[in-house]
Structures are given as C-alpha cells and as structure tokens.
Write a protein that binds this ligand. Sequence first.
Ligand SMILES: [Fe+2]
Ligand SMILES: [Fe+2]
Length: 157
Amino acid sequence: MGRLKDLRKYVDTEINKMEDADKRTGAIAHLYGVSLAATMIAKKRGQDPEIASMAAMLHDLHAYKTGSYDDHAHKGADLAGEILRELAITNEAETEAICSAIYHHDDKLVVDGPMDEVLKDADVIHHCMNDLSKPIKEKEQVRYEKLCAEFGIGKDK
Ligand SMILES: [Fe+2]
Ligand SMILES: [Fe+2]
C-alpha cells in the first residue's frame, strides 16, 4: 500500500470519530478536495505532489478533532508531526515540509515557501470552487484571482 493511502486510512479513522454526520461528511469532502487540488497545483509548479497531497490530508485535522479553529494551523502542524513520526512514512525533511505547509496555511494574505503556497492555494480552490454559488471570502479574493489566471480560468463563472 502506498504511503498516501496509509495516511488517508489513518485520517479516515480519525474523522470517523466525529459524532456529527454532516460535519464528518464536510471534513472528508474538504480534506480529499484540497488533497486533489494540491496534487494538481504541485504538479503544475514542479513541487512534490505526494507531499502536497499528504499535507492537505492533515491540514485541518486538528480543527476537526477538537471542534475548534482557534490557532488550528499552528496546532495542526504539531499534530501532523506527531502523526507522521508515529506512522514513519516520511523522512525528516518531508515531515518538516508538510508541517511547514500546515503551519502557514491560514496566512492567506502573505506569500511563504513554494510548498506552503501549494497548500494555501489548494485550500482556496476548494473553498471557492466546491460551490460556485457561494460568495468568495474577501481574504481569499486576490489569491483566487491569481489562481484562475495561472490555470487559464476566465473570471466569468
Ligand atoms: Fe484551515
Ligand atoms: Fe482547509
């Protein structure tokens, strides 16, 4: 079994502990949606798509486990490190790259490293494109427009 599959199995088990069925569905849809978007963006930018996808699978797990988004990016980075070291599916450099991306993923208005940016943009793609009838959040507007330009997507929906 590949390590992405191993990680997804672990994440699925954690998400399935959530009591609210709707929140469970939403969590799975978001993590897998961001994971797919991260793969695509990473491939486009010459970043490692597997690492990007793994970061995406873990990026909001702390929030889902605790029910709180309070400082979830920073706390989630620590949690991701613990999980990856326990599962022993990444080397230290890969673990650090994944944790860094998760640590910075809520800082949508600043530009960080290339892999950090892949996760931020994948998160924005899922927020903005999961349901096109929903308005774009103000803090994601500029990033979304840049992504549409990068991928040749016209502004008119
Ligand atoms: Fe998040
Ligand atoms: Fe997210």
